[in-house]
Design a binder for this molecule. Structure first.
Ligand SMILES: Cc1ncc(COP(=O)(O)O)c(C=O)c1O
Length: 374
């Protein structure tokens, strides 16, 4: 079986350092807001090219606090995409704001900047692009629109640590950038984690307060906050792994290039980032008709996935958004067709070859059954 993701290989390589990091933290017996968090925050800020990084317990908390720090509140509208993980939309609702969804660009599969303008109303407060699969949304166009209308930009870069465009890393284009260190992410904790990066000192200060119960000093609660602190163990593990991220992201790009080459002859659409853009392939997805049938035919030999099979506006839990099927046809078609192939640093050329061969066969079998084979 070819796995979708192989975390064990990554951890085996670093096991001695991870164990030493754990011993250091346990020996010090300081488990939150200690030196490990500070060291990781400094390294992350430098990696992203941002002035500040604030470590928190999940990517969802990062989004929640970024929205609060930016002053987004009840009744405000936040423009974002329906083709994302539910956390993006949930975080907007956590602060009492209204997600204003717009469709995606059919080529990049991210928020379509050309559609943002029509979604802007007097209540618009922020734009929240999502760098889906590790590919950056068109931040130049988004920032131009945001600045023209006085809107805050919060990047959901949960899937895109290390991606870049126009010489700037994901998270450093907008006013705030949010990351997730969920174990399967390109930089994964040995548990949960998240962070917000920003160049604005006032946002940095507010984020630090909000993640620790709104305390401006011990037991002085300047405002209502949350327990969203990153724990020292995760910070120590992430500091071990961060120096390897560039190499891992490079390995993902090399694997993606092989997929691109081998998939050329098949009836699938696959990502085609621009020359000056650095995609980090958190997910390598193709678009294929009858996705579920194709997936079924690839199993169990090949583990595949779909990110995400149902757009957020069609999820039962988000019926309160008031949207219906047909409202975002490009995102809906994308979610119907998207198929994520095995992708991880260390995936073998032979494994990619087998995946592509099985994908080709599965598509052919599906077409024959549909009576459409060439
Ligand atoms: C696009 C996106 N946003 C937000 C999140 C939430 O991150 P976390 O799972 O760390 O809360 C994720 C991770 O699953 C994600 O993929």
């Amino acid at each position: 079986m070819i796995p979708f993701l192989d975390l064990k290989a990554q951890h085996a390589e670093l096991e001695p350092q991870l164990m030493r990091a754990a011993q250091r933290v346990i020996g010090r017996a300081q488990f939150t807001l200690g030196p490990e968090t500070q060291v990781f925050e400094a390294a992350l800020a430098e990696f992203c090219g941002a002035r500040h990084a604030v470590a928190v317990n999940t990517g969802t908390s990062a989004l929640h606090l970024a929205l609060l720090a930016a002053g987004v509140g009840p009744g405000d509208e936040v423009i974002t995409t329906p083709a994302t993980f539910v956390a993006t939309i949930a975080a907007i609702q956590y602060v009492g704001a209204i997600p204003r969804l717009v469709d995606i660009d059919p080529d990049t599969w991210t928020l379509d900047p050309a559609r943002i303008e029509t979604a802007i109303t007097p209540r618009s407060r922020a734009i929240l692009p999502v760098h889906l699969h590790g590919r950056m949304a068109d931040m130049t166009a988004i920032m131009n629109t945001a600045r023209a209308h006085g809107l805050v930009v919060i990047e959901d870069a949960a899937q895109a640590l290390g991606a870049s465009a126009d010489g700037l890393r994901a998270g450093a284009h907008g006013d705030l950038g949010c990351f997730s260190f969920y174990p399967g992410k390109n930089l994964g904790a040995c548990g949960e984690g998240g962070a917000v990066v920003t160049n604005h000192p006032e946002f940095d200060e507010r984020l630090r307060r909000l993640r620790d119960w709104g305390q401006s000093r011990k037991y002085l609660h300047a405002e209502k906050g949350f327990n969203y602190r990153m724990d020292e163990l995760q910070a120590a593990f992430l500091s071990v792994k961060l120096p390897h991220l560039e190499r891992w992201n490079h390995a993902r790009r090399v694997a993606a290039a092989r997929y691109d080459r081998l998939l050329r002859g098949l009836r699938v659409a696959h990502p085609a980032p621009a020359e000056d853009e650095r995609h980090v392939y958190h997910v390598y997805a193709v678009r294929v008709r009858d996705r579920d049938a194709v997936r079924g035919r690839m199993a169990p030999a090949i583990a595949t996935n779909a990110h995400y099979p149902i757009p957020v506006h069609l999820q039962p839990a988000f019926a309160d958004l008031g949207y219906r099927r047909g409202d975002f046809p490009i995102a809906e078609a994308f979610c119907d067709e998207t198929l994520s192939l095995p992708m991880f640093p260390g995936i073998g050329d032979d494994q990619i070859d087998v995946v592509c061969r099985r994908l080709g066969e599965a598509i052919q079998q599906t077409l024959i059954i549909a009576g459409e084979a060439a």
